[in-house]
Design a protein around this ligand. Sequence first.
Ligand SMILES: [Mg+2]
Length: 243
Amino acid sequence: MPVKRRIKAITFDLDNTLWNTNDVILAAENALYSWLKEHATRLTDRFNPNDLRAQRLALIKRKPDLSHQISQLRIESLKLSLIEVGYNKSESGKLSTLAFDFFYAERQKVKPFPQVEKTLATLKKHYHIGSVTNGNANLTMVGLDKYFDFSLSAEQVGANKPSSKIFGAALHSANCEKHELIHVGDHPIDDIIGAKDFGFHTIWVNYAMNEWDLEEKPTQEVKQFNDLISAITTIETNLDNAY
Ligand SMILES: [Mg+2]
């Protein structure tokens, strides 16, 4: 008799779950600053990378909707800074778009953790696989798109994790019941509490070996990506035993 799978779909957070992100973003911002030194000297004469970062944060405060449109946020913030240092509107528009395209390509230079590709290939044979990110990683540019049946970002959906809106969109794409989906991610609130409150099973990837200090707990926890398949099997087995 074929195995009855209780779980139909698995969704993944991307940044800091499938790869380390922070160093890559920092490197991309530095590379962008070098690019700007060449193409927008008036801007770099006046502002350093920290200034540009502070300007983005200030813009989110003025326009909170941009917090889930992080690509647009970078473009708009840069455009305003370019205007401030004397570029006209049209130059600023063009430069900010070109600068973002440069940053975006650099930002995709992430290196998936060693077991990620092999694990995804195995999981794809049995489950519907999706990604749910607040960021702007591009799975095609990263080279992992062939393992994913669907990809959702806060920018597309118009809401960040932990909002139920983005997990609702994931459920719709996964085309299964809430209790048939496991969400995997590193962020205690955005990934684990958000997905759990929505009704999904959850696996917390805890590479930093932090203590879990919230009242609601993840369904399973892994300390390395390698342990993911056995955590999924444990969830399936526990569900089987509950029947
Ligand atoms: Mg993450």
